[in-house]
Design a protein around this ligand. Structure first.
Ligand SMILES: NC(=O)C1=CN([C@@H]2O[C@H](COP(=O)(O)OP(=O)(O)OC[C@H]3O[C@@H](n4cnc5c(N)ncnc54)[C@H](OP(=O)(O)O)[C@@H]3O)[C@@H](O)[C@H]2O)C=CC1
Ligand SMILES: C[C@H]1O[C@H](OP(=O)(O)OP(=O)(O)OC[C@H]2O[C@@H](n3cnc4c(=O)[nH]c(N)nc43)[C@H](O)[C@@H]2O)[C@@H](O)[C@@H](O)C1=O
Length: 322
């Protein structure tokens, strides 16, 4: 059987990252992709996940299904974030082991690292300090996902890998006014202000926190790249205690700088104000991406181009009043 006929399950294929992984796999010639929507298969339900794996017998699994949201959603619904994410990853990883899945890739997040970790944050900064309180529940679930992969590798000899993405954006993003991440929130807010000819746009927090943003198709390429590495190559660039790889651009900017960039791309010319009653979250979380660069992946889409593409996608989806 050609490697392009492998049975690949992309969990979360309708999400921003899952759909980009499917695009990337199809582009590369993979033709046997298995998917289920949330309503067809609830991954928090152990019995459903067990029946699905027994029936479909995937050979590779990408775990891009998760409960995801920005600072407000994480801070407001911590029980949902910790419960859903723990259940999804535990069910999928356990059934992947029970059904002899050859390789699995788990997607975590850069929020796994301590709030005040030295910058840029290397993989071995994991579990060296206290987490950022606004997303601690989500981060704990993501750390558990890494540890699930490591534990199944150590005890059962599985080949389960993990990537920790920085903040992502692009086509298929969530543009909810409160629950989204900052970049889609800004696209929507500046667009609506431009249409309404509003004199000012309000941005949350002080504008001083720094963030790193990666275009989702670059992330998807990284996922497929890491999955396709030989076991020996992956193992040579990770360690048993830190068996995950950072994925980012290695560059960050302040939220105030991001607001200027998004307003320019959208074409909004009014004032930008800050609501300091809203949380800033972690002051900075820049990833050290030396390891994945050594493994042959690098980002390709610049932030300005990526924001322009995301804005085009936002308008084409008619997500806002015209
Ligand atoms: N977006 C970002 O900035 C970042 C994302 N990540 C990680 O990347 C991964 C993908 O995120 P992203 O694509 O942005 O998120 P999305 O919310 O766009 O996609 C997540 C997908 O998972 C599905 N899903 C959630 N819960 C379940 C469930 N119980 N059963 C079945 N399907 C479920 C969702 O379906 P439905 O919508 O129907 O619930 C959705 O299709 C996640 O692991 C996330 O933690 C990491 C860092 C940054
Ligand atoms: C990817 C990552 O995303 C989350 O962490 P975060 O990086 O703090 O996420 P964020 O994108 O929501 O905010 C980034 C910064 O931007 C500021 N900000 C300004 N104005 C808006 C605004 O309108 N919306 C939002 N959401 N933030 C705003 C906001 O105050 C903060 O200073 C995690 O919970 C977790 O999900 C995770 O892993």
């Amino acid at each position: 059987m050609s490697q392009f006929q492998k049975r690949i399950f992309v969990a979360g294929h309708r999400g921003m990252v899952g759909s980009a992984i499917v695009r990337c796999l199809v582009d590369q010639g993979y033709s046997n992709i298995i998917s289920r929507s949330h309503s067809e298969l609830d991954l928090t339900d152990q019995a459903q996940v067990r029946a699905f794996f027994a029936e479909e017998k995937p050979q590779e699994v990408y775990v891009a299904a998760a409960k995801v949201g920005g600072i407000h959603a994480n801070n407001t619904y911590p029980a949902e974030f910790i419960y859903s994410n723990l259940m999804v990853e535990a069910n999928v990883i356990h059934e992947a082991w029970r059904n002899g899945v050859g390789k699995l890739l788990f997607l975590g997040s850069s929020c796994i690292y301590p709030r005040l970790a030295a910058q840029p944050m290397a993989e071995d900064a994991l579990l060296t300090g206290k987490l950022e309180p606004t997303n601690e529940a989500y981060a704990i679930a993501k750390i558990a996902g890494i540890k699930l992969c490591e534990s199944y590798n150590r005890q059962y000899g599985c080949d389960f890998r993990s990537v920790m993405p920085t903040n992502l954006y692009g086509p298929g993003d969530n543009y909810h006014p409160e629950n989204s991440h900052v970049l889609p929130a800004m696209i929507r807010r500046f667009h609506e202000a431009k249409l309404a000819d509003a004199p000012a746009v309000v941005i949350w927090g002080t504008g001083s926190p720094k963030r790193e943003f990666l275009y989702v198709d670059d992330m998807a390429r990284a996922c497929v790249h890491v999955m396709d590495l030989s076991r020996e190559t992956y193992a040579a660039h990770t360690e048993v205690t830190t068996s995950h790889l950072n994925v980012g651009t290695g560059e960050d900017l302040s939220i105030a700088e991001l607001a200027s960039l998004v307003s320019e791309v959208v074409g909004y010319q009014g004032e930008i104000r800050y609501d300091t009653s809203k949380p800033d979250g972690t002051p900075r979380k820049l990833l050290d991406i030396s390891r994945i660069r050594e493994l042959g992946w690098k980002p390709e889409v610049s932030l300005r181009d990526g924001v322009a593409r995301a804005y085009e996608d936002f308008r084409s989806e008619e997500l806002v009043p015209s």
